[in-house]
Write a protein that binds this ligand. Sequence first.
Ligand code: XIL
Length: 323
Amino acid sequence: QTDIPAVKSVVTEFPVGAAITGAEIIGTHGDLLARHFTSVTPGNALKWDATEPTENAFTYTQADPLIAFATAHGMKVRGHTLVWHNQTPAWVFANADKATLLARLENHIRNVAAHYGTTIGVWDVVNEVIDESQSDGMRRSTWYTVTGLDYIRTAFRVAREVAPAAKLCINDYNTNVAAKRDALYNLVVQLKGEGVPIDCVGHQMHVNVSWPSIADTEAMLKKFQGIGVEQQITEMDVSIYTSSGESFPTPPADRLLAQAYMYRDMFALFRRYAADVTSVTLWGLADDNTWLDTYPVARKDAPLLFDTRLQAKSAYWGVVDPT
Ligand code: XIL
């Protein structure tokens, strides 16, 4: 469809991005991507298991073609992610005392961030470090149990040193939930107070057709105002499911309509907060390739703006024609 407005020609307040794999840069997928979006995030290709599967043997064969596509089409790149508890090879955590773990972390970031230099303008330096059910709000990953907060301090310090022009983000999900939001806020304020170079808070925004409320999402954006950080929506998708027990063979019309209103209202909110929100990325290009087809259970989901045949959905119209 070339007779409909490009998302990027309508939403001009900030870059609008999509998470991509090798499939999204080929043929009609690549055309759709370049036509509508101004930013990309490699969905898996920059994770530790992809870039350093064995110690000190770095490989960029998955990510480089994605980043070359972005550069060729004048798109920005969000780097996702330098430190996470998932998709990290077992060797990283094997026989690791604190000094060893931090040395592996530092070597990883030095290599990956240096390989891309200024082509990656934003990094999710750490991902999903909060667990609001813990008294100190911190997820009990091996990173945390072995190093405390030092893995976060080290990650940001090294990233800043190697990629001084990049915006450095701390990224997490469910930041619209008050307890999670407040735990993340407390951590960011503490670390920034120590001089840790955090530029940006990333809100993943994996939501669904009836959750969360716009009011709670606005409270999330307000909370992080005035502490010297940009905010980015980093992984938005709107599941048609409202519980893990549901499964539909094809997306019901009422869910697709509710989804369109959710996209409409969320994008209207983000555009109102454009002074704070410096990019919005969707976690996928079209419904033929979404992680929600397997997570949290195997069932066909349809969480994006374009359907499995790459046709614009009501969700697309919610974004580009919000009236
Ligand atoms: C997901 C990918 O999309 C899947 O392909 C992979 O199997 C698992 O990870 N939060 C994140 C992303 O920060 O890295 C996750 O991406 C989705 C949830």
